[in-house]
Design a protein around this ligand. Sequence first.
Ligand code: ATP
Ligand code: MG
Length: 361
Amino acid sequence: MSVVGIDVGFQNCYIAVARSGGIETIANEYSDRYQYFFGNGQIVHGFKKFHGRAFDDPYVQGEKPKLPYSLHKLASGNTGIKVRYLDEDKVFTIEQVTAMLLTKLKETSESSLKKPVVDCVISVPSFFTDAERRSVMDSTQIAGLNCLRLINDTTAVALAYGIYKQDLPTPDEKPRNVVFVDLGHSSFQVSISAFNKGKLKVLATAFDPYLGGRNFDEVLVEHFCEEFKARYKLNVKENPRAILRLSQECEKLKKLMSANCSDLPINIECFMNDIDVTGKMNRVQFEELCAPFLMRVEAPLKAVIEQSKLSRDEIYAVEVVGGATRIPSIKERISKFFGKDVSTTLNADEAVARGCALQCA
Ligand code: ATP
Ligand code: MG
């Protein structure tokens, strides 16, 4: 029986498995996808951080207006998700919804590996509390998985780095200190690990649990809502479907701006009231609009280096992973802070899942 490693990201999920020839990732329909689960055409996404949180938690309340589905207060006080299921409104616990997603991932792994998959290692953000971790563990049980361990995203990335490095210092030499920076869709995690051959020690971890690629999408959405209101007299915010479409287009625009400095168009046909809308933006404008978020990159970097008690010249490399580290200004800020170019040795999308697979290899 194979043990699989699973990275359940806020936006993207990856599965990896250790084989005799090395680590392989398993293609699945939830990587590079915005949503986790369809029930009668209903899209449910963005619920990862509801694990272990009360319905009245300010974070949960703050997310409510952004979701294309409704939340429900469970008798336990926890957060439930209301979906149309078999022609009925039904409330699911977060554990059940994540379990549905994990079940799909389990099935995908089984059909790819052509054998049963039960044992797994799953990653969670390093800032997840005990209650949040327990809630994820419950989901694995509901999905019929045997989760051998939950590991921190940051640990998984460090494992993925260490395994392929043939030139690490021997155990009696000075260790190699590497900074790992992961900016995903919903959160920012930083860590420093010390490597010797066959040995890995996590020296420090820091995070901003509420900084991620989604903040940059939201800034763009806000900007174009204002612009379309002024130019086309459209009240986009009152139309959840329009907001969803605009968010998707803004995310595409954000990615294009990582590769291009020039003015880039955003065009949406029949956006609202049969009106076609257009707009444009370039990287300089984007960085100005996002300045308050860009400024938040530095604090966790500072925290992690202070915690590690290392000086900047004791850092061997700064490795970046996570989709949002592709934003040029983010990379520049990280590189400026540590005084060295950032490295992209690891697969930015798959590193966490690969590390999970290694943990159980
Ligand atoms: P989390 O780690 O917060 O749970 P995740 O693991 O699902 O989330 P990732 O898959 O690492 O997140 O990254 C997704 C984010 O990266 C999205 O916001 C996406 O828009 C962004 N992203 C991906 N490619 C690019 C790019 N080329 N330029 C800018 N942003 C990008
Ligand atoms: Mg991630």
